[in-house]
Design a protein around this ligand. Structure first.
Ligand SMILES: NC(=O)c1ccc[n+]([C@@H]2O[C@H](COP(=O)([O-])OP(=O)(O)OC[C@H]3O[C@@H](n4cnc5c(N)ncnc54)[C@H](OP(=O)(O)O)[C@@H]3O)[C@@H](O)[C@H]2O)c1
Length: 237
């Protein structure tokens, strides 16, 4: 939050002391930092999956999504991911433990999502918006919960309009947007649980690292187009 710069001045506010002995320092920018807490809040506080329910996660292998999928599995839910390309989908199922993953670039995306989602979807952790979200709406179960975390497909593209509102009434859907920084009181519990999962080897993650501050603008542009595989990081020095 100190800005994209090599040096910054702080009185300590907004900084956290971290222990880098057991865990790589940059994990505190990923599963043990803001993305991890974002995943934890949206999944536990909004979707609150029960064992056996199906949770759909878009941007399933990204910094937030990869944690959501693994927490959903730990909660006993069925996790279905949406990711861009075969390599990310293989990683989702073979490394992150998703039960299925659908490539949103596939020409048969709608059919493949229908097959992967099973009868109905109980929770949607929405990171993307756009076509994956609209297809997910068609497959919702009664009393499904939608956590609107991000709409990355709309950050520089067309907005995601809501279709016929009847779906929300007929299926009694809860839809809630959230920002992780609105819930500072929850961070200690979230981080403690996430650290426990990391220490026990239950949480996997990967990262894409770009070198040098000068690479930051392109790193951001690439993030918007799926050019990252896991948490996008810029190593300053
Ligand atoms: N609410 C909050 O408090 C909060 C906090 C942090 C992040 N967020 C949001 O959470 C989302 C994920 O953030 P992150 O940092 O973890 O990023 P990320 O998932 O690591 O990276 C973004 C991913 O989004 C996917 N994507 C981008 N454009 C897309 C498109 N047009 N259609 C489909 N997929 C697309 C790409 O994955 P594929 O290659 O798999 O398509 C890309 O790798 C973002 O929307 C972000 O704004 C919200």
């Amino acid at each position: 939050m100190g800005g994209w710069q090599l040096y910054g001045l702080s009185d300590g506010r907004g900084l956290n002391k971290v222990d880098a002995k057991a865990i790589p320092l940059q994990a505190y920018l990923g599963p043990l930092g803001m993305p991890g807490v974002t995943a934890w809040w949206g999944l536990n506080k909004i979707i609150a999956p029960k064992a056996g329910e199906t949770v759909l996660v878009t941007a399933a292998t990204g910094a937030v999504g990869s944690v959501v999928g693994q927490l959903a599995k730990l909660a006993g839910a069925r996790a279905v991911g949406v990711a861009g390309g075969a390599e990310k989908c293989i990683y989702a199922t073979e490394t992150l433990g998703y039960d299925a993953c659908v490539d949103h670039k596939s020409a048969r995306f709608a059919e493949e999502l229908k097959a992967a989602a099973g009868p109905r979807i109980d929770g949607v952790f929405e990171n993307v918006g756009g076509e994956p979200f609209l297809q997910a709406l068609r497959r919702l179960n009664d009393f499904a919960r939608i956590a609107v975390c991000g709409l990355i497909a709309s950050y520089e593209g067309p907005t995601t309009p809501l279709p016929d509102m009847r779906i929300f009434l007929v299926r009694r859907i809860k839809i809630e947007g959230f920002i992780a920084s609105d819930h500072p009181d929850a961070w200690p519990q979230a981080l403690a649980e996430l650290a426990g999962h990391v220490a026990a080897g239950r949480l996997r993650w990967r990262e894409t690292v770009r070198q040098g501050l000068e690479s930051a603008p392109q790193a951001l542009v690439d993030l918007l187009h799926g050019g990252n595989f896991g948490k996008m990081l810029v190593k300053l020095v």
